[in-house]
Design a protein around this ligand. Structure first.
Ligand code: PLP
Length: 390
């Protein structure tokens, strides 16, 4: 990949050079084409009359295009994809959809997002399920996440909740092996994967990966519209996962328009009116990335950039990266010996450098995308060193 090619590609992102952006794990930057696709869809809907047969057909087309684009990137059939607003809605679909019985056990890792944790706490409250925590944080620089998982499974474990890429440390979990040990533990165990930080980063084939539910968003690493996400539900476990929020998009109707059955595939978890004009912002974003490079190449570029950032951070004595070896994702988390993480994030933002604060572990997270160039990383590291010296 020539440097010129990356620079040319970066020109497709109108705001990329306005600041030094390291918050892709929060939200990506949209390309000009993706932004235009959203505007164009909004205008088209108005022009053809937003509530009309033509608009209905157009919306269906936008929905189908998106479902196919997502499925292609995830190595799954379009039928297995449910469109949602974000990762957390997908997690809700999986967590509320199971037929929980009092005494069932749910195992969740110690590195999950607070939104998902809150759902699990409410499930515990409503259904009297057992919840325990699988300590994966200590495996960041050694140890075996698979063995840790196995030692925390119980005979009554019904669901394991984990992230493919841990949002706080950037650790990539050996998901295929983790799925395999859960499924061989008991055929009742289901695995919910929070894929907020893996979709758009890792090359994926969900069909061979075997996870039961894989919930993701399109607005982070894919650089698509905020407000569009999804969940993959493994077709073999779809029938047992009942829809919780239900509406006209979830069902098939008879000649009188009355509900007679669930929609056939992942559509059964979709509810009603959505912001379909946002969809081409994701479909286009995916196509822009695919046209630039393959998923494997993009992942290699992400890791190349995060390795460079990680290496540069080692040159500042007052900074300690959480990982003792180069990252395997685009997330680079570090701590300052001063502990002044919030002050650092604020000071960097004042200089147009965007990183984020994390609370557990208390640290600063900087994300490198395949779009990131070394000059931006140098600017970040230089600014950190200068702020420390002030
Ligand atoms: C691991 C993880 N899960 C869930 C979320 C929430 O994502 P969303 O807003 O798409 O639901 C995030 C966002 O930062 C995340 O990093």
């Amino acid at each position: 990949m020539t440097f010129d090619r990356i620079l040319t590609h970066r020109q497709e992102f109108p705001f990329l050079d306005q600041y030094a952006y390291f918050n892709y794990g929060g939200q990506g930057l949209m390309s000009r084409r993706a932004l235009e696709a959203v505007t164009q869809a909004q205008e088209t809907l108005q022009r053809i009359a937003p509530f009309s047969q033509a608009a209905y057909d157009y919306s269906l087309q936008l929905t189908d295009d998106l479902r196919r684009a997502i499925a292609g990137e995830l190595g799954a059939s379009p039928d297995s994809i449910t469109l949602t607003e974000d990762t957390t809605v997908g997690c809700n679909i999986a967590l509320w959809g199971l037929d929980w019985q009092a005494g069932d056990h749910l195992l969740i890792t110690d590195c999950e997002h607070q939104g998902v944790l809150a759902i699990v706490q409410e499930l515990q409250h409503r259904f009297g399920i057992e919840v325990s925590v699988c300590p994966l944080l200590p495996t960041l620089n050694g140890g075996d996440p698979v063995a840790t998982l196995v030692s925390h499974l119980r005979p009554n474990t019904r669901m394991v909740v984990l992230s493919h890429v841990l949002w706080n440390t950037g650790q990539v979990l050996p998901l295929e092996q983790m799925v395999a040990v859960c499924h061989s533990h008991s055929d009742r165990v289901r695995i919910l994967v929070d894929a907020a930080q893996s979709v758009g980063v890792l090359p994926l084939n969900l069909t061979t990966l075997g996870a039961d539910y894989y919930a993701f968003t399109c607005h982070k690493w894919w650089c698509g519209s905020a407000g569009v996400g999804g969940i993959y539900v493994r077709p073999e476990v779809r029938e047992e996962l009942r829809p919780t929020f239900i509406g006209w998009r979830s069902i098939r109707t008879n000649a009188q328009g009355k509900p007679i059955a669930w929609e056939g595939g992942g559509k059964r978890y979709e509810v009603a009116t959505s912001a379909v004009a946002l969809y081409p912002g994701v479909t286009t974003a995916i196509h822009v990335q695919q046209k630039f490079a393959s998923a494997v190449e993009r992942y290699e570029m992400i890791c190349d950039r995060s390795r460079y950032l990680w290496q540069q951070l080692q040159t500042i004595p007052q900074v300690k990266t959480l990982r003792s070896t180069p990252p395997e994702s685009g997330l680079v988390s570090f701590q300052m010996t001063s502990g002044q993480h919030k002050a650092l994030v604020t000071a960097l933002e004042a200089e147009g450098i965007l990183v984020r604060l994390l609370l557990d572990p208390n640290c600063v997270r900087a994300c490198t995308h395949y779009l990131t160039v070394e000059a931006e990383i140098d600017r970040l590291v230089g600014a950190i060193a200068a702020i420390i010296d002030r």
